[in-house]
Design a protein around this ligand. Structure first.
Ligand code: DLL
Length: 431
């Protein structure tokens, strides 16, 4: 089951040594080949030679997404265009896209990392893997495709959308692994059920990533399809999918530490936090030639665990993210992550997997509304049952997030569905 024992099960001291060697290479490479990096170092009188031990790594300035926009499109590339064999870009919600370039070596590393993610999630060469991520500038489709092929699985490159057709071909071709966002997996499971085709599917494994999901959402997807679901995490600025993934022990997402160095910092102060603390994930690429990233601020909130995993891998694991710092809502002064709301909702069996969160300001007061679909329409016949359920959800939410919310229960299949990353939160306070 273990795909790359030398790297994934390495002695941690040896791994640290390898990371150190590669980190020095990456700093020198970025400094020598990216004028913007050299200039940034110069403003604080830092040179690569000043990085002498792990403590010194903190001297390296962070890289933030805006710098990618300021240097759009190729200003942060460290290899000549003649060596770049692939471009990807992330559109983000505002501004110019962030562009990354891959050399042939970068492609090999990325492919290896995605193969590891697939292997960790239980997929083998015996599997038929249906990839429902978009194939395009988004890294999801091509990234997982390459990794699955390297592993020897049979890849079905469906790309995103066309949900009923996805289900028909899933049945006809006997797909045994599904690669998607968790929200699309839920939509696919529901569509299969509505088409009366759930029993015709042979799915065994789900590799889900590209967005966060709660443990409760995982249960719903596993039940919907009768599969084992693992989660993986990555971002295009670093490589795309492949940065980390869960093994079947489900004890956090193993990071490909031979290629990525992770730190956790306080998102407000940028000060590194001790292992086990929740904070913002910072990633430094250790082998990227095309688009090296030094201390990239992911904005994602997680924690790191380096204790041994029962699967035998020694690599550090990051926890399911709480969300992005940017996603955190401040409602009447209380910090609320949408993932906390999801966890409360999904624990109610009467609730389906789809919901929408809206925050508005009325009479100078923040108002939170949660619209959520019922799992079964029959409940709509009983006013008392509906009142009871919405009261219980409201009470549970209040005790968990310390915020009052208006709960609106709606019929199944009424809220918007997403074929990629879901957008479930609307904040109308500044509009
Ligand atoms: O979403 C890469 C990817 C594709 C990863 C497919 C896994 C599977 P971007 O479009 O650049 O790249 O978005 C990166 O998505 O900073 C997180 O906020 C979020 N994200 C990705 N995976 C997870 C996850 C891809 N498992 C941004 N949990 C990241 C929570 C995730 N958030």
């Amino acid at each position: 089951m273990i795909y790359c024992p030398q790297a994934e099960c390495a002695d941690r001291d040896q791994l640290r040594e390898l990371q150190w060697k590669r980190l020095l290479w990456s700093v020198a490479h970025a400094y020598a080949n990216i004028p913007a990096v050299k200039q940034k170092f110069a403003t604080i009188s830092l040179e690569p030679g000043d990085i002498r031990n792990w403590e010194d790594v903190q001297k390296i300035p962070f890289t933030v997404k805006d710098e990618m926009r300021e240097n759009y499109p190729y200003g942060l590339f460290a290899a000549p265009m003649s060596d770049i064999v692939r471009l990807h870009a992330s559109s983000g919600t505002t501004g110019k896209p962030t562009v990354v370039g891959y050399t042939a070596n970068d492609m090999a590393v990325w492919t290896e990392c995605c193969a590891r993610v697939a292997a960790m999630g239980g997929v083998t060469r015996e599997d038929i893997a249906q990839v429902t991520f978009g194939y395009g500038l988004f890294t999801g489709g091509f990234g997982m495709h390459q990794g699955l092929e390297k592993l020897g699985a049979t890849v079905l490159p469906m790309s995103s959308g066309n949900t009923e057709r996805q289900i028909r071909l899933m049945a006809d071709f006997g797909s045994t692994a599904l690669v998607s966002t968790p929200s699309y997996a839920l939509y696919l499971a529901e569509t299969a059920k509505n088409m009366g085709m759930t029993d015709k599917l042979k799915l065994k494994y789900g590799l889900f990533g590209g967005e966060g999901s709660t443990e409760e959402m995982r249960q719903k997807i596993q039940e919907g399809f009768g599969i084992r679901a693992t989660e993986n995490y990555g971002l295009s600025e670093i490589v795309g999918p492949g940065v980390s993934g869960e093994c079947l022990e489900l004890r956090g997402m193993h990071v490909a530490e031979d290629f990525f160095y992770c730190e956790i910092v306080d998102p407000e102060t940028g000060i590194p936090l001790p292992e086990g603390s929740w904070g913002e994930l910072i990633i430094t690429t250790l082998a990227r030639e095309g688009s090296p990233m030094l201390r990239y601020r992911t904005r994602d909130i997680t924690k790191i665990d380096t204790t041994p995993c029962s699967c035998g891998r020694t690599s550090a694991r990051i926890a399911k993210t709480r969300g992005r710092c940017d996603d955190m809502l401040i409602i009447r002064g209380v910090n609320v992550f949408p993932s906390q709301i999801e966890a409360v909702l999904m624990a109610f069996p009467e609730i389906g997997g789809h919901y929408e969160i809206t925050v508005r300001r009325e009479d100078h007061m923040d108002k939170l509304e949660v619209m959520v679909e019922l799992a079964d329409a029959s409940m709509l016949d009983s006013y008392a049952a509906l009142e009871n359920l919405s009261g219980s959800i409201r009470a549970k939410l209040k005790s968990t997030i310390l915020c009052d919310a208006k709960i609106t229960l709606v019929e199944p299949a009424t809220l918007k569905r997403f074929e990629g990353k879901a957008r479930r939160v609307t904040d109308l306070r500044n509009s």
